[in-house]
Design a protein around this ligand. Structure first.
Ligand code: CMP
Length: 143
């Protein structure tokens, strides 16, 4: 076990459903600490750039459009095994396969509109945090 940081996004459907507090509460109850947070409406360049790894997938265009359909809440979380812990709290990408009590099982409408995004490993976490908070936006928890 080691202390890690991970990137979390509450997507436009999660913000629309007023789930920011509910989702943050799940993170905090699991021992994750918010070290950066920003509400933003992604530009086309940001949405395309963030999901560039999926640019050849058939759902890419719709994904970019969905991610720009409303504001998102972008958050960096820190804690023991934060990457896996956050993925467990989110549940499987497809809510139909997500475990009971996970965010996606409880709130996601479909595999396309699945309420949250989370980094899938240490390298992606570092890249994704730098993508949104590379300007010194991560705030160390001094107490
Ligand atoms: P996310 O975990 O943010 O990673 C890529 C996103 O693409 C995914 O969540 C979904 O919002 C979206 N998506 C749409 N269709 C699919 C699909 N068939 N498989 C995986 N992700 C999909």
């Amino acid at each position: 076990m080691s202390v890690e940081q991970t990137l979390s996004i509450i997507k436009p459907d999660g913000v629309e459903k007023n789930l920011i507090g509910e989702i943050y509460s799940r993170f905090e109850k699991a021992g994750l600490q918010i070290v950066a947070a920003r509400m933003m409406h992604l530009t086309k360049e940001q949405a395309e750039g963030f999901y560039a790894v999926h640019s050849e997938r058939p759902f890419y265009k719709d994904l970019v459009s969905y991610m720009r359909s409303g504001p998102v809440m972008v958050t960096a979380l820190e804690g023991e095994s934060a990457i896996d812990k956050h993925r467990e709290i989110m549940g499987a990408t497809n809510p139909a396969n997500a475990d009971p009590g996970t965010i996606r099982k409880d709130f996601a409408a479909s595999i396309e509109e699945n309420v949250v995004h989370g980094s899938d490993g240490p390298e992606t976490a570092a890249q994704e945090i730098a993508f949104f908070f590379g300007d010194g936006g991560v705030c160390p928890r001094t107490r």
